[in-house]
Design a protein around this ligand. Sequence first.
Ligand SMILES: *Cc1c(COP(=O)(O)O)cnc(C)c1O
Length: 373
Amino acid sequence: MIPLVDLLKQYHPIEDEVIRKIRDVIATSSFVQGKTVEAFSQAFALRHQCAYGVGCSNGTSALALALMALGIGPEDEVITTSHTFVATAEAIWHVGAKPVFVDIDPATYLMDLEKIPGVVTSRTKAIIPVHLYGHAVDMGRLMVLARQYQLKVVEDCAQAHDASWEGRPVGSFGDAGVFSFYPGKNLGAYGDAGILITNLPAVANLAQKLLNHGRAQKYYHDILGYNYRMDDIQAGILQVKLQYLASWTDKRRAHARYYDSLLQGCPDLVLPVEVAGARHVYHLYVVRTSRRDELADYLKAQGVMTGVHYPVPVHLQSAFQYLGYRQGDLPEAERAADSVLSLPMFPELEPGDIDRITQGINSFFKNPRRVHV
Ligand SMILES: *Cc1c(COP(=O)(O)O)cnc(C)c1O
C-alpha cells in the first residue's frame, strides 16, 4: 500500500535525535510557552525573514491571534478564498468578523486577485491569501491591492513552509504570516502547534499577550485573552525537524518533477503548475480530472491512497450557510472541489512508488471501460 502521507518513514531516521530532545526539554522542567518555544519561534521567524515569531497552539489559533492583534473584529469583513481548509474562514468567525469569499484562478487554485476589487466594501479590513498546496500567491500584486484599499494582510502559510514569491519567503510580505505544525504539514510536530510571524513589534507583543490570558506578567492582566500556548516538547521536536526541512522540501520538489514527467500528455488529466516567481513546496501534488472519484477508486484498488483537498468549498459548507452563498456563486472553486485529486506526496516517497502510481493512472485513462478492477 502507498499511503497519501507516511509520517513514520520520516520519524525512523531521526528517532534518536527526537527522543534525546524530548528528554532534554523534560529536564528543563519548562513545559508550556517556555524557553524552547521561544528559541524555536525565533529561529523559524528568521528563516522566513521576520523579526518576531510567536509560537502558539496551532495554525487556527495563530490565524485568530493575527486578526485580533491587527484589530479585526465584529462588523469587519475579511476577504479570503473559498478553496481552502475551513480553518482559514473559521478564524475570521472566531474574531466575530465576516468572511467574504472570492473565486480562484482555475490554473493555480489560488485566490483570483482580480476579483478582490469587486468585493471590497467600507467594512473590509483585511485579506487572507492562502498559499494553498505549498504554492505561492502573487504577493507583489496582492500587496499593491492591499495598499490601494488600505487592507491588512494575514498570509495563511499553513501548507507553505519555505515557499517563496520572487525569492522572498511567504509569510514575510503581509502584516503577519501564519503557519501550522500539524503533524501532516511540511514541518509537523507530534501533536498540535502553530506560529505567527511578523516584522511589526506591536503585533508580536499583542499576539504574545493574547495567547497567554492577556497577561503581561504572571497573575497581572490588563487585557483578557486565551490559552493558545505551545508545548515546549513540541517546540523541541520542531527544532530537530527544522534542520531537515530544506532537504525534505527539495525531495518534494524532485518528486513533483518526476510525477510531471510521467504524467505529461495524459488525456483528461491536468497537472499542477508552478507559476514564474513562485517556489512551490508541494505540500500536496494535486491533479484534476472530470473522472476524479472513479480514478480514486481505481487507484485504491491497486493499493494507492489519494485524498481530496477539499470536497466542499467553504462557502457551501452548512456551517457557513448563514453567509447566504449559493451554488454557482464561485464557479471555479466549485469545479475544483469536484475535480481535484491529491496523489501521495511526502519526502520519503520512492521513485519506484511514483512509477507504480503513475502506471496506475496511465492505465486508467488508457482503458476507459475498465473502471472496476
Ligand atoms: C492546516 C491548515 C490550517 C489550520 O492549522 P491547524 O494547525 O490545523 O489549526 C489553516 N489553514 C490551512 C490552509 C491549513 O492547511
